[in-house]
Design a binder for this molecule. Structure first.
Ligand SMILES: Cc1cc2nc3c(=O)[nH]c(=O)nc-3n(C[C@H](O)[C@H](O)[C@H](O)COP(=O)(O)O)c2cc1C
Length: 458
C-alpha cells in the first residue's frame, strides 16, 4: 500500500449488514450456520485485495425489538467469530483477520493468547478489535447483576490493553533455540515475565504463546465517546467508526489524530476506517432499484424495533403513518444525542415514523452511498483525500450479492484511479496497512503520562 492508497475492510455479518438481508434472493438464508458461505466470502474479498475481514461481536443473543419483531431478526445466532476467523485463516493466504473481543467481559491473558495464536496460525494476519461492549444484556450472561458504567468500562479497557501488549512482548524473536544436540529448547534470558499489578488485573506472565509473526497483532478500536477517542489515540492502530456525513467524519478524524502527539504517537500510526453502506449498480437506476427492493423487505415492526433501541424510546406501539414523537423532558443521556439527530432528520425531510424507521434500519448511522461505480468511488475519494478517512469498512447490504458487486464494479474503479492496490504486495496485515512491526520491549503504545517511548523492563 502507498500513502496515496486507501485501506479496505470487509465487515462480515452472516447474511449482510441490512436487517432484511436474509430475506433477499442474493443472500444465503442459512448463513449463520454455513461455514462454506464464509469461505466463499473470504475468497471473494481476497480476490478484491481487501486488507482485512472485520468481525463485530456481541456476548448475548440479539433479540432486538421485543415481541413484535425479535423473531424476524437473523443476527440472533451465528458462529463465534474468533473460531470462524481461525478456520478462515486456513483457506486464505493474504487477507487480514480482525475479530472483536470485549475488555469488559474477558481477561487480558485469554485475549493475548487468542490473538497471538490467530497471528501464528494465519502467518501474521491477526487484529484485535477492542470494544467495551455495547449491549448491557452481556452482564446477565457473564455472572454480573448489571453492565458496568461506561467510565468504569473505559478505565478497565485502558489497563487491559497495557496488559495484553505487555504479554505479547513475553518472548524475544529468537528466544526458541531448539538445539536438539544440547537439549536446550529456549534461552531463559529471552523470556520476559510481565509482573503486572494494577487496579483491575494482576498478571504475572509470561504468555504461553511465542512472539507472533507481526510482533504484535494489530490493535483496532471501536467506541466514539470522549473516552473512546482518547483510548484510540493512546492505543489503537485502526479505528472503526460510524460517521454518516463527511463533515462529521472530518471532525472525528481530526479530533482523534489531534490527540496522538500528546500520547507520544505520530498521526499516521493510526488508520481511521469509517463504515460505508454501499449499494452499487451498473446504472444509477439499477442501484436505486436494488436499494428499494431491500428496503421493501424490512418488516415495519423490525424498523420500529431497531429505531426504538437506537433512540431509547419504545416506538413499537405508535402509528407508523404518524410523526416521530416529541422527545420527553429529561430523556436519558445515553440516547439523547442520537434521538435528537433522528428527530431533526424526520422534521427536515418530512418523514413519517414508518419511513424514518426503514431508512434508519438500512445504514444504522453509517455513511450510505447508492449509485454507479463512478459515483461510489467519487464519494470514497472525497472522504479519503480531504481528511475524513484513511480507508473504509465496507458494510455490504446483502452477502454474498453486494460483495460480488463491490469487487466486480467498485474495486476496478478504485484501482483505475490508483486509489487501491491491484495485487497484494505484503504478506501480513501490518504490511497491508503500512504499519511498522513493533520492536519488542519498546512500547509505541505508552501508558498515560509523559509523552515519548518508554523502555519496558526486561
Ligand atoms: C463503530 C462501532 C462499532 C462497535 N462494535 C461493537 C461490537 O462489535 N461489539 C460490541 O460489543 N460493542 C461494539 N461497539 C460498542 C463500543 O464498544 C462501546 O461500548 C459503545 O459504543 C459505547 O462507547 P462509546 O460511547 O465510546 O461509543 C461499537 C461501537 C462503535 C462506535
Amino acid at each position: 500500500m502507498t500513502a496515496s492508497q486507501m485501506s479496505l475492510g470487509l465487515f462480515i455479518r452472516p447474511a449482510g449488514f441490512s436487517v432484511a438481508a436474509w430475506r433477499h434472493p442474493g443472500s444465503q438464508p442459512d448463513a449463520n450456520v454455513n461455514f462454506g458461505h464464509f469461505v466463499d466470502l473470504a475468497r471473494t474479498a481476497e480476490r478484491g485485495c481487501f486488507d482485512m475481514l472485520f468481525s463485530a461481536d456481541g456476548l448475548s443473543a440479539e433479540t432486538v425489538g421485543g415481541r413484535s419483531s425479535m423473531h424476524r431478526m437473523s443476527h440472533v445466532v451465528w458462529i463465534e467469530p474468533a473460531t470462524l476467523l481461525a478456520a478462515l485463516a486456513a483457506v486464505t493466504t493474504h487477507i487480514g483477520l480482525v475479530c472483536t473481543a470485549s475488555t469488559t467481559y474477558e481477561e487480558p491473558y485469554s485475549i493475548a493468547r487468542r490473538f497471538a495464536s490467530l497471528d501464528l496460525v494465519s502467518g501474521g494476519r491477526a487484529g484485535w478489535n477492542l470494544v467495551t461492549t455495547a449491549n448491557p444484556a452481556a452482564a446477565r450472561n457473564y455472572s454480573l447483576d448489571a453492565h458496568p458504567p461506561k467510565a468504569d468500562r473505559y478505565r478497565r479497557a485502558r489497563e487491559f490493553v497495557d496488559v495484553v501488549v505487555g504479554l505479547w512482548d513475553s518472548w524475544d524473536d529468537d528466544a526458541f533455540v531448539r538445539d536438539q544436540a544440547s537439549g536446550v529448547f529456549f534461552d531463559p534470558a529471552k523470556m520476559h515475565a510481565l509482573g503486572h499489578a494494577g487496579e483491575h488485573f494482576r498478571v504475572e506472565g509470561p504468555l504461553n504463546v511465542a512472539r507472533s509473526p507481526q510482533g504484535r497483532p494489530v490493535v483496532v478500536q471501536a467506541g466514539a465517546s470522549e473516552a473512546g477517542r482518547q483510548l484510540a489515540a493512546e492505543t489503537a492502530e485502526v479505528v472503526f467508526c460510524a460517521t454518516p456525513t463527511i463533515e462529521e467524519a472530518r471532525a472525528f478524524y481530526a479530533d482523534v489524530k489531534r490527540r496522538m502527539p500528546a500520547a507520544g504517537r505520530e498521526p499516521d500510526e493510526l488508520k481511521i476506517m469509517p463504515g460505508i453502506f454501499v449499494t452499487v449498480g451498473r446504472t444509477e437506476e439499477e442501484a436505486h432499484q436494488k436499494r428499494a427492493l431491500l428496503q421493501d423487505l424490512i418488516h415495519p415492526a423490525v424498523g420500529l424495533g431497531l429505531l426504538s433501541k437506537h433512540v431509547g424510546l419504545d416506538l413499537t406501539e405508535l402509528d407508523p403513518d404518524g410523526p416521530f414523537p416529541e422527545l420527553p423532558q429529561g430523556h436519558d443521556k445515553i440516547h439523547l444525542y442520537r434521538a435528537q439527530v433522528v428527530s431533526d432528520l424526520a422534521k427536515r425531510e418530512g418523514l413519517n415514523l414508518g419511513r424514518l424507521a426503514i431508512l434508519f434500519a438500512d445504514g444504522r448511522g453509517h455513511f450510505e452511498v447508492c449509485g454507479t461505480p463512478a459515483q461510489v468511488v467519487d464519494a470514497m475519494e472525497a472522504w479519503f483525500t480531504t481528511g475524513a478517512a484513511d480507508g473504509f469498512n465496507i458494510l455490504p447490504p446483502v452477502l454474498p450479492a453486494s460483495l460480488d458487486d463491490f469487487v466486480d464494479l467498485v474495486v476496478p474503479e478504485l484501482q483505475r484511479r490508483g486509489l487501491f492496490r491491484e495485487r497484494y504486495e505484503e504478506a501480513t496485515l501490518r504490511g497491508h496497512l503500512g504499519l511498522s512491526v513493533p520492536k519488542r520491549g519498546v512500547r509505541p503504545i505508552p501508558r498515560p503520562g509523559p509523552a515519548g517511548q518508554a523502555e519496558q523492563p526486561g
